[in-house]
Structures are given as structure tokens and as C-alpha cells.
Design a protein around this ligand. Structure first.
Ligand code: 1JT
Length: 256
């Protein structure tokens, strides 16, 4: 049976290691027949991404620090040099200082607030601009968000505000890119124990609460996020844009 992403070219940003949601998405896209362009952050992550690339359908790997305009324009040139249209983009990256997730939100310093916004929200706009030049046949852009954008989740703090900006950016980008046939959506994943989550104190107890209270009674698995991302990149979601798709065992709609 042909895959859902057969012959599609996809750019995936945010693979740091095997626990990254971006890695689970890359596995699912590979399984469905997509060719991948993977980015890495700095030389130390290059080797990790290179070794993971062996098990995936990788076309190219490229450096990309989203805070550097030069690396984004280099990425844009790389994409165009491949010589066929880019079909999808996965933006699966965020950053905040660890201290800013482990103390009162009111204590957030200006620089920590701006850093979280730059890396976690503005980067979607910058990446969309760099990638859209290569998306000449339409396509789909998907980012990753979390419930802390619209609800107060203890300690998520500055990241919640950045995710709110990210989700609003999804809507503005979807509105502007829709006429070019480019859809823009977010997946709101339930908490997953990734390297980022390790920065959060008591993360294990958060996971326990979710597994006990979520309608589906289990924690979100990376493969569930990967499969939802396949849907959003595929023809099956052709009528869906500007949306936030919850892949969270149903936790989002619970009152108490
Ligand atoms: C970052 C970190 C972004 C952790 C993140 C994140 N998006 C989701 N998580 C995991 C998480 C964190 C908390 C939470 C639920 C999930 C770490 C720093 C880099 C950016 O609270 C229930 C706090």
C-alpha cells in the first residue's frame, strides 16, 4: 500500500535526540514515504542527527539556529537547491531558561521572557518565511504547542505565554498562506518525558496525574504525535488550517 506522504519532501526542525517529538514525527513521515530534510543546532548536535538519519529517509541535513537570520537564509537556499518543491514543514522547538519554569511567573526577567518568545514563537514566523519560498506547490506547516498556552499550568509560566504567541502566529500565518495553498496548524501534545521536560521539576508527578485523570488513561506517546503529524501533512487534512489539534488522551476538555 502506498504511504500517505509518498514522494513528499518534508523539512523537520527540532530533533535533538531519540526522545524528541521531532524524531517520532520523522519516523512516522519516513514510514509513510516522505523524504526528509533535518536540521541540527550547532556542531555538537550534528553527529546525533547524522546517526539518526541512517534509519530515516533523509535527503539532506542542514544547520539551523533559528535565532540567526544567516542560518535561516542558508536553509532557504538549501531547500531551493534540492530542485523540487518542499511540501511540509515541522517546527518542533522551544526554549526557556530553566529558572523561569521553576519560580513565580511574576519574577520572570525581561530577557528570559524575550528569549522564550524569540526561540519558541517568533521562530515559526521566520521558518515559515524561509520555507514558503520553496513551497511552490502548496503544502503544510505544523508546529508543536501545549495546553499551558490557554490554561494556567503550574510552572509552565513563560513558556505558556510563548505558546500563546505561537498559536496566534499559527492563525495569522494560516490566513496569509492559505491563498498559496499552504496550511498552518499546531499539535497540542500532552506532556511527554523529553530532554526539555527534564528541565521541569516534579515532571514525573505531572505525568502520573495525567495518566490517572485523562479520558484515555495513559500518557501521550511520541508515536501518537507522529501519526497526527502525518495526518496534518497529508491530503487527508486538506480542509484543515489555522487549527490546534489536541493529541493529549483527552485531557484538554476536562473541567476537574
Ligand atoms: C520547553 C520545556 C518547552 C518544556 C516543555 C516545553 N513544552 C512542553 N514542555 C514540557 C512541559 C513542561 C511543563 C509542564 C508540562 C509539559 C523546557 C524548557 C525549554 C522549553 O507543566 C505541566 C512545565
Amino acid at each position: 500500500m502506498p504511504g500517505l506522504l509518498e514522494n513528499k519532501l518534508a523539512l523537520i526542525l527540532g530533533i535533538a535526540n531519540k526522545w524528541s517529538l521531532a524524531y517520532a514525527i520523522a519516523q512516522a513521515y519516513s514510514r509513510e514515504g516522505a523524504r526528509l530534510v533535518l536540521t541540527y543546532l550547532g556542531e555538537h548536535q550534528r553527529e546525533a542527527v547524522e546517526s539518526m538519519a541512517k534509519e530515516l529517509n533523509v535527503e539532506r541535513i542542514a544547520p539551523c539556529d533559528v535565532t540567526k537570520e544567516q542560518e535561516l537564509s542558508g536553509l532557504s537556499d538549501t531547500l531551493r537547491s534540492i530542485g523540487r518543491p518542499l511540501d511540509s514543514v515541522v517546527h518542533s522547538l522551544a526554549f526557556a531558561n530553566r529558572e523561569d519554569l521553576n519560580r513565580g511567573f511574576i519574577e520572570t526577567p525581561r530577557e528570559g521572557f524575550l528569549l522564550a518568545q524569540e526561540v519558541s514563537a517568533y521562530s515559526l514566523v521566520a521558518v515559515a518565511r524561509a520555507a514558503a519560498r520553496a513551497m511552490t506547490a502548496g503544502g503544510s506547516i505544523t508546529t508543536l504547542t501545549y495546553l499551558g498556552s490557554t490554561r494556567v499550568v503550574p510552572n509552565y509560566n513563560v513558556m505558556g505565554v510563548a505558546k500563546a504567541a505561537l498559536e496566534a502566529s499559527v492563525r495569522y500565518l494560516a490566513s496569509e498562506l492559505g491563498p498559496s495553498g499552504i496550511r498552518v496548524n499546531a499539535i497540542s501534545a500532552g506532556p511527554v518525558k523529553t530532554a526539555s521536560a527534564r528541565a521541569v521539576k516534579d515532571f514525573s508527578s505531572i505525568l502520573e496525574v495525567v495518566a490517572k485523570r485523562a479520558p484515555l488513561r495513559h500518557n501521550t506517546e511520541p508515536a501518537e504525535v507522529g501519526d497526527a503529524a502525518v495526518f496534518l501533512a497529508s491530503h487527508l487534512s486538506r480542509g484543515v488550517t489555522g487549527n490546534v489539534l489536541f493529541v493529549d488522551s483527552g485531557m484538554q476538555m476536562m473541567g476537574l
